[in-house]
Design a protein around this ligand. Sequence first.
Ligand code: CDM
Ligand code: ATP
Length: 291
Amino acid sequence: MTEVQEKVSGWGERWPAPAKLNLMLRITGRRSDGYHLLQTVFQIIDLCDWISFYPAEDGRVFLRDPIPGVPEQEDLTVRAANLLKQYTGCRLGVCIDVEKNLPMGGGLGGGSSDAATTLLVLNKLWNLKLPLDKLMELGLRLGADVPVFVYGYTAWGEGVGEELQSITLAEQWVVVIKPDCHVNTRQIFLAEELTRDSKPITMRDFIAGDWKNDCLPVVSNLYKSVGEAVDALSQYAEARLTGTGACVFAQFDSEESAREAFSALSPNWSVYLAQGLNRSPLYEKLEQGSV
Ligand SMILES: C[C@](O)(CO)[C@H](O)COP(=O)(O)OP(=O)(O)OC[C@H]1O[C@@H](n2ccc(N)nc2=O)[C@H](O)[C@@H]1O
Ligand SMILES: Nc1ncnc2c1ncn2[C@@H]1O[C@H](COP(=O)(O)OP(=O)(O)OP(=O)(O)O)[C@@H](O)[C@H]1O
């Protein structure tokens, strides 16, 4: 494929896979299969992994550089591409190049977002024409956080996170601390002391400031550095846990106040400065129509 063809068709381009924050997370019950029923607000933010796709002639799906510690066949991008092939019978191949910026096991949903970007972009590049609801359904098979990234809007989520309704929020600045630990999502959901009977709330309650994350007590008990990060960030604004952690974040009304907290925390913590978005940057690129 020539350089010109790659540019026109979307092959070889860098596609964003943005992170999310769970602005609140209530566990309202448990399904018979053990999965937990949630109420959450997923806010997309502008921190991204970047993924490029290159045609592979022999029908093989492979990574240019596997992520250290993640076996290639378990990488969520490879699983997403293989799932598309299996579901559609498509015989094409792809080489996937993931530029990994988002921390793993941080509750920012990086692996899930990588999977969603792979589903959406390969649906175009392989000309599969699967509708959005089918891509969301396939995404759910890969993880509970994949559907919201396929959906592409900041959203209110229920069920296990697959019943989504877009909501428009202020695109506030956020400071995110990544404590020096990997939280195992499964371990948190298995914890006996986890609150599983929170009363469902309304969007209005959330807007009025009902922001609790039911996982925080369990996570900060098991991972001391999460509690320490909450204390450090609380000096500047109300600190919250995203998902099952480990990342802790706070929102700011101005870039200036966010930068101030970011600079003060940077010497001691791994910190990110970001902005909330109502629409995924992936869709902005998809809608530019280059593919
Ligand atoms: C905590 C959140 O990040 C909130 O956005 C998600 O609910 C977790 O989504 P995820 O990382 O994509 O998680 P998955 O890979 O689907 O699940 C990991 C494990 O967590 C447990 N799990 C996950 C989601 C859920 N609603 N209930 C669960 O009990 C299950 O044991 C599952 O085996
Ligand atoms: N492309 C990928 N990027 C990151 N992790 C991947 C990827 N493929 C597979 N994984 C596996 O998924 C695990 C969870 O990664 P992820 O970055 O999604 O964590 P997370 O931010 O805690 O997710 P969530 O908020 O959805 O719980 C990793 O520890 C890794 O073993």
